[in-house]
Write a protein that binds this ligand. Structure first.
Ligand SMILES: *[C@@H]1O[C@H](CO)[C@@H](O)[C@H](O)[C@H]1NC(C)=O
Ligand SMILES: *[C@@H]1O[C@H](CO)[C@@H](O)[C@H](O)[C@H]1NC(C)=O
Ligand SMILES: *[C@@H]1O[C@H](CO)[C@@H](O)[C@H](O)[C@H]1NC(C)=O
Ligand SMILES: *[C@@H]1O[C@H](CO)[C@@H](O)[C@H](O)[C@H]1NC(C)=O
Ligand SMILES: *[C@@H]1O[C@H](CO)[C@@H](O)[C@H](O)[C@H]1NC(C)=O
Ligand SMILES: *[C@@H]1O[C@H](CO)[C@@H](O)[C@H](O)[C@H]1NC(C)=O
Ligand SMILES: *[C@@H]1O[C@H](CO)[C@@H](O)[C@H](O)[C@H]1NC(C)=O
Length: 280
């Protein structure tokens, strides 16, 4: 059974939206998770903001397509359209660190159409897929950490052999992956729970954030992860963290070049690597 309940949680105010089942994957399309439009900030049809927004979304999807065409890493872009507030539009996309540039481009192209349908006339919107995140606003969103709204997904199927051991392994591994992602924006860590079970974790931030802000975002959502389950995920505008007892990412992606080192002034020291950890 593939079903798993999903609900979204806002960290700053109590708003609970219940989605009934985990979305089903259809072969080629990006897997839609949710969208968010605060509704407070509508623009008029045919307004300057609308044309700026269209230009912004085209620019973002062109960046993703260009990365795919040249076989570049891609994975993230930010852009603006228009000269001055209140009509200037700011946007970005982030693709999951293990997806190809082609998958990334497909996701951004889908998101570009989808977001306008799901959030018509909204100045501020965000949409999450399993493969990417796309968001825009009439205010600058670059280098600003946003932990709300947050979507929590839980996988309520399956059984855990040793729940106490899982909690212990989970606590160490998830902290570890968060530290690693803070310096590199994307990280994966695995650890054995029992001889039969292995925990897989992944954490990612938008690369415009400082390591400090990335870590702040991850640390604010990690306590909300449903650790008593076989899988769970938190999605926010700035960071994403996921774990499962099955391999859910592409483990053959070649690690990229190391980013510049993070200074100890920016971050507490990363714990020493343990077996099964690898990073990108
Ligand atoms: C925004 O308005 C739409 C349509 O009225 C509604 O379906 C949606 O839930 C609202 N979103 C929020 C965040 O209130
Ligand atoms: C918006 O512009 C289109 C094309 O110029 C026009 O057909 C349409 O009537 C306009 N809509 C509004 C609400 O102004
Ligand atoms: C992208 O964001 C960075 C800050 O993180 C900013 O310096 C840069 O100008 C932005 N790019 C565009 C195209 O706006
Ligand atoms: C964004 O839109 C909202 C609602 O229209 C407005 O209150 C806010 O001032 C706008 N921000 C900018 C930077 O124009
Ligand atoms: C939920 O967990 C089961 C068992 O680990 C797994 O087979 C299934 O793919 C998971 N579902 C999702 C949506 O991750
Ligand atoms: C989980 O355990 C229960 C009770 O032991 C059992 O009935 C069920 O079939 C198990 N489910 C799976 C997916 O192994
Ligand atoms: C996983 O990544 C490798 C290396 O980028 C790629 O060749 C392979 O097609 C990917 N597999 C899947 C299932 O996406």
């Amino acid at each position: 059974m593939k079903s798993c309940f999903a609900f979204s949680v806002s960290l700053s105010f109590l708003l609970l939206i219940l989605l009934s089942v985990y979305p089903q994957r259809s072969e080629s399309a990006p897997l839609y998770l949710w969208h968010y439009c605060p509704n407070a900030t509508l623009f008029a049809i045919n307004s300057t903001y609308q044309s700026n927004l269209n230009a912004l979304l085209s620019s973002l999807s062109s960046s993703a397509a260009a990365a795919a065409a040249t076989n570049n890493a891609g994975g993230f872009a930010n852009a603006t359209a228009g000269q001055n507030p209140p009509d200037k539009a700011y946007g970005l996309f982030l693709c999951r660190g293990d997806v190809s540039a082609t998958t990334c481009s497909d996701c951004v192209t889908t998101g570009k159409k989808d977001i306008l349908q799901r959030c018509p006339n909204q100045r501020v919107s965000a949409i999450w897929y399993e493969e990417c995140l796309l968001r825009y606003s009439n205010q600058s969103i670059f280098s600003v950490v946003e932990e709300v709204p947050a979507l929590l997904l839980r996988n309520i199927t399956g059984n855990i052999t040793d729940p106490a051991k899982l909690v212990q392994v989970f606590g160490n591994t998830i902290k570890d992956v968060a530290w690693r992602a803070s310096g590199k924006t994307f990280a994966i860590a695995t650890a054995d729970v029992t001889t039969l079970e292995r925990l897989y974790t992944m954490a990612q931030c938008t690369p415009d954030l400082t390591p400090w802000d990335c870590n702040t975002c991850l640390r604010s959502v990690i306590p909300l992860l449903p650790e008593g389950h076989v899988g769970g995920m938190m999605c926010t505008p700035s960071c994403i963290v996921r774990f499962a007892l099955h391999l859910f990412y592409n483990a053959s992606v070649v690690p990229g070049p190391l980013p510049p080192p993070v200074t100890s002034a920016e971050l507490a020291p990363v714990p020493p690597p343990h077996e099964g950890i690898w990073e990108m």
